[in-house]
Ligand binder design. Structure first.
Ligand SMILES: [Zn+2]
Length: 203
């Protein structure tokens, strides 16, 4: 029995959702020491000092309003409320952004749909090998693949906001799609159990 069995929500395997109790377990399992009150520090993620949500699989997602803990060994865990809503909003931001999708964003959307890479590649109509190279950042997705992934996600996720945009003519949005990728990041802020997530220019 893994510690995931004790956790009520596991959305995808790579996404670790821990709390302080489990920080102890991680440090014990991976670093061979007990993480205790004396070795860990509590932090609050603020706008000036947001939490880098690397476990999302995305390199530029930052959370504001949560608490996280860092062991003196460097291991960090965050307490993330309403994680399902958060991931949905991040995915929505990705689909809505007027710039080319990155490989890690395509992988994120695929995982949100619970799709295997091979199945997703087949459904989008590209070679599995190509999808793998796109997700790993070795190949830039074509404009066609980029659009198909967004459409596919919008339909398959049934996100009402994205579906609403499809009905209004999402292709209008996509005319602003550009190959250039200005640095952007997603900043998600929680108030109580309610998340907002915005695509902002990276400084
Ligand atoms: Zn530690």
């Amino acid at each position: 029995m893994s510690f995931f069995d004790n956790f009520p929500v596991v959305l995808f395997v790579e996404l670790h959702i821990y709390n302080t109790v489990v920080l102890t377990d991680i440090c014990f399992a991976t670093r061979g020491h007990e993480c205790s009150r004396s070795t860990r520090q509590e932090f609050s993620a603020t706008g000036d000092s947001p939490y880098h949500f690397a476990d999302s699989g995305l390199s530029k997602v930052y959370l504001v309003g949560i608490k996280y803990w860092r062991c003196e060994c460097g291991q960090e865990v965050a307490e993330i409320p309403a994680i399902k809503q958060l991931l949905k909003l991040i995915a929505r931001d990705i689909v809505e952004k007027p710039f080319a999708l990155t490989g890690e964003e395509i992988r994120f959307l695929r995982k949100r749909l619970g799709k295997k890479q091979s199945d997703f590649a087949t459904q989008i109509g590209i070679e599995v090998e190509t999808m793998s190279r796109i997700e790993n950042g070795h190949v830039k997705p074509s404009k066609r693949t980029d659009k198909l992934v967004r459409f596919y996600y919008a339909f398959a996720s049934k996100d009402p906001v994205l579906l609403g945009q499809l009905q209004k003519g999402i292709d209008e949005r996509f005319t602003t799609w550009q190959r250039i990728m200005p640095p952007t990041k997603i900043v998600a802020t929680v108030a109580g159990n309610e998340w907002t997530a915005d695509l902002v220019a990276a400084s």
